[in-house]
Design a protein around this ligand. Structure first.
Ligand code: FAD
Length: 320
């Protein structure tokens, strides 16, 4: 049965997040030739509509309001529910991002629907679609099917390939929503530091652990990450030791990442760290200890001192 599927288009720092395009591809897969409708919520976000269409959305609905400039659960909840009432969809797809993780249970409970969260792959199409998601901190995967009702799921960034971008045409319409009774209004966002590549969407991550030994020890890792167009991440060991900010923490209680290349330097490979990175496509581990657990999940292991190995890697990559 063909379905109308709503996809939340997420923006950040004045740009659409890649996970929005991945969500469109996921929606197409389950829509069975139905309609994929992008939803943009924000202050001035209409201009992003064309890009959602170029990436495969059939049309886009925009809800704009000054109170929606920054994400709040209340504000986005009201805006998204208004779109649901207007569109009466058969399915909804969000990215499994900070926003998606916060908003999806709220919407699912309002709609009294099920929710399949953190989907990493979809087998089959349309009504035959089976959703694959990690369980037990990534130690196993389960296959889930929604028997009936609204098909609502969130997708883990960097796992589902977006459709080929091409110039497409489609309607971008606006829906006027009266955003009322907000418990929180974000007045200002103060960043701790200038952010580079978004960790959860980075294609390359160079992560450091307690073996990096100091905040200065992260500098060679940053140089390698910059050269490869990637981001720096960290273990909780490194964050707890105050070598870096907790925003860089990867793992069970940090960010879950799936880059094409994950370089783990001076990280022992505790199960809680593996929970956040073991699905990376290629894992390179650098550790002085040949028995370190990280080597069990690594595709390439280098037994050595990271302060020798990382600069050598950087020099070699510069030649490419
Ligand atoms: P260590 O275990 O101390 O390892 C340091 C490694 O560096 C060692 O293997 C050592 O051989 C190597 N090394 C030292 N010097 C060098 C050198 N010069 N060159 C190369 N290698 C070197 N951890 C996370 O990462 N993310 C989480 O989200 C997370 N959540 C947790 C949640 C809970 C409830 C709990 C209990 C723990 C959690 N942890 C998490 C902590 C986790 O258990 C580990 O303590 C932590 O991951 C260890 O960090 P590490 O590997 O950097 O440090």
């Amino acid at each position: 049965m063909s379905k109308k599927v709503l996809v939340l288009g997420e923006t950040r720092e004045g740009a659409l997040r890649n996970v929005s395009f991945e969500a469109i591809a996921a929606a197409k897969k389950v829509s069975d030739g139905g309609e994929v409708v992008g939803v943009l919520i924000g202050d001035s976000v209409t201009d992003f509509g064309a890009e959602l269409i170029n990436n495969g959305a059939d049309r886009v609905v925009v809800v704009e309001h000054p109170h929606l400039k920054s994400y709040t659960s209340d504000g986005y909840g009201q805006a998204f529910m208004a779109v649901v009432e207007e569109e009466n969809p058969d399915g909804i797809v969000f990215g499994h991002t900070a926003v998606g993780k916060d908003l999806s249970p709220k919407i699912a409970s309002k709609l009294k629907s099920g929710l399949i969260s953190d989907v990493t792959d979809i087998d089959g199409e349309g009504d035959d679609a089976v959703f694959i998601r990690p369980i037990y901190s990534g130690k196993a995967f389960e296959k889930v099917k929604m028997k009936d009702g609204l098909l609502f799921f969130t997708i883990r960034p960097n796992n589902i390939t977006p459709l080929e971008r091409e110039e497409r045409s489609g309607d971008v319409s606006s829906l006027s929503v009266d955003i009322t009774n907000l418990r929180t209004i974000v007045q200002n966002v103060v960043r701790k530091s200038a952010e580079g590549v978004d960790l959860s969407e980075a294609k390359v991550i160079v992560a450091g652990g307690r073996g990096v030994k100091s905040s200065e020890g992260f500098e060679p890792l940053q140089q390698l990450a910059d050269l490869l167009g990637g981001a720096v991440g960290a273990s909780r060991g490194a964050c707890d030791a105050d070598y870096c900010d907790y925003s860089l923490q990867i793992g069970q209680t940090g960010k879950v990442v799936t880059p094409d290349l994950y370089i783990a330097a001076g990280i022992s490979g505790a199960i809680q760290h593996l929970a956040g990175m073991s699905n990376s496509k290629v894992i390179v581990a650098i550790n002085k200890d040949p028995e370190a657990n990280i080597f069990k999940v690594a595709d390439y292991g280098i037994v050595g001192d990271l302060f020798e190995v990382i600069p050598l890697l950087t020099e070699e990559f510069k030649k490419v």
